[in-house]
Design a protein around this ligand. Structure first.
Ligand code: AMP
Ligand code: GLY
Length: 423
C-alpha cells in the first residue's frame, strides 16, 4: 500500500516511524513533513488544508490510504471531501468526518454531546455577543477560579483560567465583543473549575467498536513545576501511574462506551482516534475536552508502546473490523522530553543548526519543528525535537532521555528538566 500522512510535527514523524515498520506499507509520503520524516518517507510540500493539492498528491502518487495528523483538515472536512469525490471516495481516510470533528471544533457542541449522553464533565453555560451581560451574571453565581473557553479552534490558546471576578468579566467581553481569539471566541463556554490531576485516554474507533490505547500524561506549561504559559506540550509519560485498573474501568464504562455509542446514535461518522482529555476529581474521571486526533507529544509515547502493525489496525478501522483486532501493548514505560526554541511559546528565532543527533543511543529522536536546509538539520518551529525512551519504570525512561539530551545542542535550546515530577 502507498500511504500519505498529513502534518509536519513530532506526532507525524512518530506515525511515519511506526507505519514504516509495517510490511504492508510500500511507499510512504508525509505532507508537508519535516527533516525526520524525510529520512524514512517522501515529503510532499503542501498545506494540510489545501484539499485540491492533497487530491493531486494522492492521485499522482497512487496513495491507498490517508492518515490525518492535525485537527484543522478534519474540522474543515477533509474526510467528507474524499467521500464526495468520485476519484477519491474509495481511498480510506483515518480521521472523523466533519460533523464528528465538531467535538474538537466547537466546545459548545462537545458539551451538548456530553450532556446528551450523560458523560461526566464540568457544569457549563455558553454565551455569545448578544448575551454578554447574562454571561457576566452567570460568572457572579460561580466560585473562583473562573474558566472561560473560546468555542472554536484557537491553537490551544483559547482557555483562560482567572481568579478575579472583574478580570473574568473583562476577558469575557474581550473574547465576545473584541474578538480576542477571532471567530473562535464569537461564542464562549464558561465552565465550573475542576480541581484534580490531568491525564489523557486515547481510543481508536471504526464507528462500531473501539479499542483503548495506553494512557499518557502531558506537561503543557513552559516552566518547571507546571508554571508559565501554555505550550503544545513539553513532555509526556505513558502509562500514567495513578491510572489504576479500577480508575481505567471507570473511564471505559462512564466515558469511552457512552462516547462511542453516542457518536453512533447521533449519526456522527467516526473512523479514527479520539483523544479524551480527563481530570481525576477525587476518584472519578471527568472530561475536560475531546480532540479528534492523537496528541502531540502524547503520540511520541503511545505509539512506541503499541506492538501491533499500525497499518493492519488502520485497515481494520476502514473495513469496520476493529472488533477482531487484539491490541498488544509493550509493558515498558515510555517517556518523551520536548526540546524547544528559546522564547517559545512566545517569539523565537528559527534556522539554528541542530547538532549531536547521530550521538543519541538507546532513545528515539522524533523531529517536530526541524527542517533540512543545505544538508543541515535546522530549527523551523517552537517545538523542535522530542526524545523518547523506554524503561522498566518511567523514572528509568526519563533518565535515558535526559542523558541523550546532553549530547544534543542548538542555539537557545530549552527543555523542562522536571517531566514526571508530580507522579
Ligand atoms: P482545553 O483546551 O479544554 O483542554 O483546556 C486547556 C487546559 O485548561 C486544560 O488542559 C486544563 O489544564 C485547563 N482546564 C480546562 N477546563 C478546565 C476546568 N473545567 N477546570 C480546571 N481546569 C480546566
Ligand atoms: N498535547 C496536547 C495536544 O496535542 O492537544
Amino acid at each position: 500500500m502507498n500511504i500519505l500522512i498529513l502534518g509536519s510535527g513530532g506526532r507525524e514523524h512518530t506515525f511515519a516511524w511506526k507505519i514504516a515498520q509495517s510490511p504492508l506499507c510500500k511507499n510512504l509520503f508525509v505532507a508537508p513533513g519535516n527533516s525526520g520524516t524525510a529520512e524514512i518517507a517522501t515529503n510532499i510540500d503542501l498545506r494540510v488544508t489545501d484539499f485540491g493539492a492533497i487530491k493531486s498528491a494522492v492521485l499522482s502518487n497512487h496513495v491507498n490510504m490517508v492518515v490525518v495528523g492535525p485537527e484543522d483538515p478534519l474540522v474543515q472536512g477533509v474526510h467528507d471531501f474524499f467521500l464526495k469525490d468520485s476519484e477519491l471516495k474509495h481511498i480510506p481516510v483515518i480521521g472523523p468526518q466533519k460533523a464528528a470533528a465538531e467535538l474538537e471544533g466547537s466546545k459548545q457542541f462537545a458539551k451538548e454531546f456530553m450532556m446528551r449522553h450523560q458523560i461526566p464533565t464540568a457544569a457549563y453555560q455558553a454565551f455569545d455577543r448578544n448575551t454578554v451581560e447574562e454571561g457576566c451574571a452567570f460568572l457572579e453565581t460561580l466560585n473562583p477560579p473562573y474558566v472561560l473557553k473560546a468555542d472554536g479552534l484557537a491553537a490551544g490558546k483559547g482557555v483562560l483560567i482567572l481568579n478575579d471576578l472583574e478580570e473574568a468579566k473583562t476577558e469575557l467581553r474581550n473574547m465576545l465583543v473584541d474578538s480576542k481569539f477571532g471567530d473562535a471566541s464569537s461564542r464562549v463556554v464558561i465552565e465550573e473549575f475542576l480541581d484534580g490531576i490531568e491525564l489523557s485516554c486515547f481510543v481508536l474507533t471504526d464507528g462500531e467498536s473501539y479499542k483503548i490505547l495506553p494512557t499518557a500524561k502531558d506537561y503543557k506549561r513552559i516552566g518547571e513545576g507546571d508554571t508559565g504559559l501554555n505550550t503544545g506540550g513539553m513532555g509526556a509519560v505513558s502509562p500514567v501511574p495513578f491510572a489504576t485498573p479500577d480508575f481505567l474501568n471507570k473511564i471505559e464504562e462512564r466515558i469511552v462506551k457512552p462516547t462511542v455509542s453516542g457518536l453512533k446514535k447521533d449519526n456522527l461518522p467516526y473512523k479514527g482516534f479520539i483523544f479524551i482529555g480527563l481530570i481525576k476529581v477525587g476518584n472519578d474521571p471527568k472530561v475536560i475536552e475531546y480532540n479528534v486526533r492523537m496528541g502531540d507529544p502524547e503520540t511520541e509515547v503511545v505509539l512506541p508502546r503499541l506492538k501491533n502493525d499500525l497499518v493492519e489496525v488502520f485497515n481494520a478501522i476502514s473495513n469496520q473490523t476493529l472488533h477482531k483486532v487484539a491490541i498488544e501493548i509493550d509493558e515498558r514505560a515510555a517517556t518523551t522530553i520536548m526540546m524547544v526554541s528559546g522564547g517559545y511559546p512566545e517569539a523565537y528565532e528559527k534556522g539554528k543548526e541542530i547538532i549531536g543527533l547521530d550521538q543519541v543511543e538507546d532513545s528515539i529522536v522524533f523531529h517536530a519543528g526541524a527542517t533540512l536546509t543545505d544538508d543541515k538539520i535546522v530549527t523551523s518551529g517552537g517545538r523542535v525535537i522530542a526524545v523518547t525512551s523506554y524503561g522498566k519504570t518511567y523514572q528509568e525512561a526519563i533518565k535515558k532521555s535526559y542523558q541523550n539530551i546532553e549530547k544534543l545542542h542548538f542555539d537557545k535550546m530549552y527543555y523542562r528538566k522536571d517531566i514526571g515530577f508530580d507522579l
